[in-house]
Design a protein around this ligand. Structure first.
Ligand SMILES: CC(C)(COP(=O)(O)OP(=O)(O)OC[C@H]1O[C@@H](n2cnc3c(N)ncnc32)[C@H](O)[C@@H]1OP(=O)(O)O)[C@@H](O)C(=O)NCCC(=O)NCCS
Length: 213
């Protein structure tokens, strides 16, 4: 398991944790940690989301990612918070098509996540692929459960969670939301670089996860 309070120093070179994920239709998606150089591209990505997608993702009617949230996203590992982007080559240019942020609680071994896919790329299996990748990344941190919360009327996220085997349980932090969760003992069916790096460094101490692997 990684250090409990601050992963910045353990992660080192963030590029090492990059995954190439194959979509159902054969296209490949790169999932990688956000780096400070991504600030402008990430801000543009959030501005380009439809009002509805941005509202569903941030749960407030803002036109862009608030600076305090951007700052957190750019400091991967700090306070056990992580942020990744999914990129695809569009017309020869690597383009952000999705993003996710997740945070790990070493006390409860829970990881909470939120994600979005750009409107033009929704419904193509990218959300499913990213979620599988997140499961592996969370397991590599030592998490035994991944959970999220979304607005009660967010059919897309509810559909994605249901399809990926999440159960709707627990008390959401806000009455407008539902909470969904999944145990991570099967997470390693989909390998990711974070898992491999953690295994090599001897961080994986969760016996249940090792057996499943
Ligand atoms: C929710 C979201 C991440 C889903 O990503 P996506 O790439 O569109 O999802 P996928 O194409 O991988 O679809 C996976 C499954 O989700 C479900 N799903 C997707 N779109 C759906 C829709 N419009 N209605 C109901 N279910 C839907 C389906 O079960 C689908 O599986 P299927 O294609 O085999 O039927 C994306 O719609 C999004 O970014 N929305 C805006 C931001 C948001 O709501 N974020 C969630 C906050 S936590």
């Amino acid at each position: 398991m990684l250090a409990e309070t601050d992963h910045r120093f353990v992660l080192g070179n963030l590029g090492r944790f990059t995954d190439i994920v194959r979509l159902k239709d054969g296209r490949s998606l790169t999932v990688r940690f956000i780096e400070p150089k991504d600030a402008d591209a990430l801000s543009s990505y959030f501005r380009s989301l439809s009002r509805q997608s941005r509202y569903n993702r941030l749960m407030s009617a803002v036109s862009e990612l608030p600076p305090s949230e951007l700052d957190k996203a750019l400091h991967v590992g700090e306070g056990s918070r992580f942020a990744v982007v999914a990129e695809m080559k569009i017309d020869g240019v690597e383009t952000i098509v999705g993003e996710s942020r997740y945070s790990y609680d070493a006390r409860t071994q829970d990881t909470e996540f939120g994600l979005s896919i750009g409107d033009a790329w929704q419904g193509q299996g990218i959300g499913s692929a990213m979620l599988s990748n997140l499961e592996c990344r969370a397991a590599a941190l030592g998490a035994s459960r991944l959970f999220g919360e979304t607005l009660r009327n967010n059919e897309q996220m509810i559909g994605l969670a249901r399809r990926a085997g999440y159960v709707f349980a627990g008390t959401p932090s806000d009455w407008r939301q539902v909470r969904f969760e999944k145990p991570l003992h099967r997470a390693t069916e989909i390998p990711c670089e974070s898992w491999k790096q953690a295994a090599m460094a001897g961080w994986l101490q969760n016996a249940a996860l090792l057996v499943a692997h």
